[in-house]
Design a protein around this ligand. Structure first.
Ligand SMILES: C[S@@+](CC[C@H](N)C(=O)[O-])C[C@H]1O[C@@H](n2cnc3c(N)ncnc32)[C@H](O)[C@@H]1O
Length: 224
């Protein structure tokens, strides 16, 4: 796997890092870079908008290439972002509805970044959006729920929509269990073992795979 390198082109990194989120500076720059590579070939999609840090990176890439980014999130937060959990942020808690609501933050981010004409927010469970999806995608970034069942469901729901050569990205990929949960890493291994994806690049916990062009059926046969 190559290591990402180089500058951020049209990305305002200070603006990106001012948005609440979990991507590091190096990961944000790489996300923008691979977004530019993919957006030449078609629309991009992310699962897990949160407050918009990754959407600014991918959205800027899409805007530069005249493309569209679909960004899916129910905006109620993942398990680890709920009250009492490790990644709970009290600023995101809406007392009126008694829960997390990141949608107003996400909309503010898009407005401030000038990306309202580029990013299409889809506010629902990612599996619901996938049920009727028909648009081929040049890039899918999976950063929604981090339980194994969620990462696997997002992989199985969205990776079949990638065009040959399209890019499949995962955040929070940790080989070492001491550094973080194993679900994204396990699903990356599954994707590589399927024969449908090959390694493209890696920056910190952001792993990028490229679609080989093999069909899902061929991948299943390889797994047997
Ligand atoms: C780690 S955060 C995403 C961070 C974001 N990509 C960034 O760079 O700032 C995960 C997000 O996934 C959302 N999420 C979790 N499970 C989901 C599901 N099944 N459908 C839609 N969104 C989901 C949560 O609401 C949360 O906002």
């Amino acid at each position: 796997m190559s290591r990402g390198q180089g500058g951020g082109g049209g990305l305002d990194l200070a603006r990106v890092l001012a948005v609440k989120g979990f991507l590091s500076a190096a990961e944000a720059l790489h996300l923008h870079r691979v977004g530019r590579e993919a957006a030449r070939r078609g629309p991009c999609l992310e699962v897990g908008s949160y407050c918009g840090r990754s959407a600014v990176c991918l959205g800027a890439a899409c805007a530069e290439l005249g493309q569209v980014l679909f960004s899916i999130d129910h905006h109620r937060g993942s398990e680890e972002q709920q009250p009492g959990e490790e990644y709970f942020d009290p600023a995101l808690y809406d007392p009126r509805r008694g829960g997390i609501d990141t949608l107003p933050w996400f909309r503010d981010t898009l407005r401030a970044a000038g990306l309202e004409e580029t990013v299409v927010p889809i506010v629902c469970d990612s599996r619901l959006a996938a049920r009727a999806w028909r648009t081929p995608l040049a890039l899918v970034f999976i950063d929604g729920g981090h339980a194994r069942e969620s990462v696997l469901a997002d992989y199985e729901s969205w990776s079949p929509h990638l065009v040959p050569g399209g890019l499949l990205l995962f955040h929070d990929v940790f080989e070492d269990p001491a550094r973080g949960g194993q679900a994204p890493y396990e699903v990356v291994r599954l994707a590589l073992a399927s024969g449908r994806f090959r390694e493209h690049s890696r920056v910190e916990s952001l792993a990028v795979l490229a679609h080989t062009g093999a069909s899902a059926a061929a991948g299943e046969a390889l797994r047997k």
